[in-house]
Design a protein. Sequence first.
Length: 489
Amino acid sequence: MNDGMNTSSIQRNTLIAVALLTLWKMYFAATLQLHPDEAYYWMWSRHLDWGYFDHAPLIAYLIRLTTLFSQQELWVRFGGILGTLLCSGLAWRLSLQLYDDKKVAFASVIILNVMPLQLAGSIVITPDTPLFIFTGLSIYLFWQIVETRSKYYWYLLGISFGLTLLSKYTAVLLPISFFLFMIFSDERRWLKTIHPYAAFLLSLLFFLPVVYWNSEHHWASFLYQTHHGFDSRHHPFHNILEYVGGQMGIASPLIWAPGIYASVLYLFRKDKKGLFLSLTSLPIILFFAFSSIQRTAEANWSGNAYFSFSILTAYYLQSGGAGKKRLFTIAVIFSLLLNMIVLLHARFNIIPLASFSKNAAQADATNWFYGWKELAEEIEKDPSVKFAMTETNQVGAEISYYTKERIFVCIDYLRTPHNQYNYWPFPDALRSQNGVDVYKLGAETPPYDKYFVSTGTTSTFTAWRNGVPIRTFNIVHGQGYKYPVAPDR
């Protein structure tokens, strides 16, 4: 009876913890201005297509779905919140299937929810959001194949992995993990059947629209991603150290260290379940560590490794003695405190950086959540302005979002690296209207004679946060747009 009450309380406590964390994240998702990257992906959702220059298209579809009835920041980010809830449910069910222990299931869900990767992913929506969701679903479905030996789960997996591919190109690493597991376990018997191959072909059908878009645009996205990340900036050893530091940052160091140890440990143990979790996480982390020899991989690139990682870490810490369980408690508390400090600082500026150094206050990464609404309001003070030109796609997207698209935004195609704006042509109906060029103070002065038929006044706008100037823009007014259409129209 006591055991029953204990397991019942574990399930209840898990639900309460997830609910409280979800409400916590919803508050920040609703009150912080959009990060420039979020605004850019929101712009994609306003221009639905089969593909985009920077990434696969599912992030645009997800944002479009969650903003059907409201464009407020919370709804732009709502897919991340729903995704974390779905992944929490999958982690609970999968860990129970694997270990039949609600304490392990509880620990898996808690680790998943307190990792900075997931807390940030619920508040800042990026292509990593749907990638993590469908990676988790694919891993869950693969284990159903192992558990039930039913061939039908292969085709559900094919659909799920197809959606994973539509999320981000790095999803291609997941079937390699599945293949390695089959090779090194008795599941290799499936390789003698048609089902894995048919499932993989099914997943490719979901990806065909992306291939079509690339074929219509000179394979731009594929070429960009192929070359992206291979320009060496530092010594390889420095790159790898930077990458490892990034991994500790997104997983929390007290979670990452025992998790990596457990991942390596279960590669060499005769434990099929541990091997499965290890091979669906560690190879992805190691792949980007290896790629960091050329250029440091961004911390989030390996993000889809951390679904299995959280379960394996939970099992390793919960199946040990009192010392490991104490480490679990300390790791969760540390991660929660770290995340609370960062989020509270992002919202309320609780760390007095300006009292130590003005430069530190200006370099604060959470400044990206401030100043964009005010910039849009400054531009809209002149009601005759109908278009704005910017030197970056992110600034342009912020102006579009916070003017509610009342002002059309384009980029300086000659001065800005290739991005999705290159595929959105300037409306001919606005060519005779008034507009502005918005560029950051200190940047090279744009050649206005190439932009406008005639130029007018120039002003500056400074975004402030708690008395500290965080960025300043020049705003040049002009009449008549004579710049060429987007080069890839």
